[in-house]
Write a protein of this length. Sequence first.
Length: 64
Amino acid sequence: ELTDELLDWADQVYLMDISHELIISRDYPEFLHKCMVVGISDQYVRDSPEIKELIWHWAKKRGL
């Protein structure tokens, strides 16, 4: 569950898509500066090989 404490603890927060950014904007606007949208559809099963591949590619492309 997302909490103020968790967002405060994080240095950077990676969001799957714009709908997640809207939630942060609405519920936790003070942490929006820590957020970056990855731009991957939230249609994948959690921890699936496909989503891991997409996230790995995205992170590598950005030097993370």
